[in-house]
Design a protein around this ligand. Structure first.
Ligand code: URA
Length: 218
């Protein structure tokens, strides 16, 4: 995992051959949907594990079966997930696989057809969200409009930027720039930064519509 040189709170997974191989499969338009889901889930798991590295810990000592003390750590504080519907829901299982019985709220944001501005349609989040670290889930960061709308909602519920960790599969440079400029203290963990956006606002080279492929609605 590395910081980007431009943005202090943007963390990109190490571009290992394993990760490149996983992306080669999910970006390949000829692959069947079952492969997309399986390999996207593997990438999501890596992102969630990296996101958890950003939570605070305290020292904790245990005694091993060798009757020897081991100096380790325990996580401090409570967490919850918040998925930006619909594509963000694809990341929920990866979070559950790492954090048993984690609470996961949902936010539905859609673009207004005329103004093209993101509009909130639905939200259901834990009441005590302000007392938790929030892992905000959305696989594709394009312009950042939906992500920033979701972040505004979390902040309006009392969350501080420092408590929010945005977990993302593919980010565009534009989206990262926009989100980081507006919310410099929100940490963004992404698997890869792509080249840019096309004239329809899709990430390029990207992979198309993540939610449509994952949920089979293409
Ligand atoms: N959402 C997607 O699913 N794909 C993109 O390229 C951009 C946003």
């Amino acid at each position: 995992m590395s910081h980007t040189k431009d943005h202090k709170n943007v963390y990109v997974l190490n571009q290992t051959n394993q990760l490149k191989g996983l992306f080669t499969i999910i970006r390949d338009r000829t692959k069947p949907r079952s492969e997309f889901i399986f390999y996207a889930n593997r990438i999501i798991r890596l992102i969630v594990e990296e996101g958890l590295n950003h939570l605070p810990v305290s020292p904790a000592q245990v005694t091993t079966a060798q009757n020897v003390k081991f100096d380790g750590v325990v996580f401090d504080g409570r967490i919850c997930g918040a998925s930006i519907m619909r594509a963000g829901e694809s990341m929920e299982q990866g979070l559950r696989d790492c954090c048993r019985s984690v609470r996961i709220g949902k936010i539905l944001i859609q673009r207004d057809e005329e103004s093209q501005e993101p509009v909130l349609h639905y939200k259901k989040l834990p009441d005590d969200i302000a007392d938790r670290y929030v892992l905000l889930l959305d696989p594709m960061l394009a312009t950042g409009g939906s992500a920033m709308c979701a972040m505004d909602i979390l902040i309006s519920m009392g969350c501080k930027q420092e408590q929010i960790i945005f977990l993302n599969v593919i980010a565009s440079p534009e989206g990262l720039h926009n989100v980081h400029k507006r919310f410099p203290n929100i940490r963004i963990v992404t698997a890869v930064i792509d080249e840019g956006l096309d004239n329809k606002g899709y990430i390029t080279p990207g992979l198309g519509d993540f939610g449509d492929i994952y949920f089979g609605t293409k």
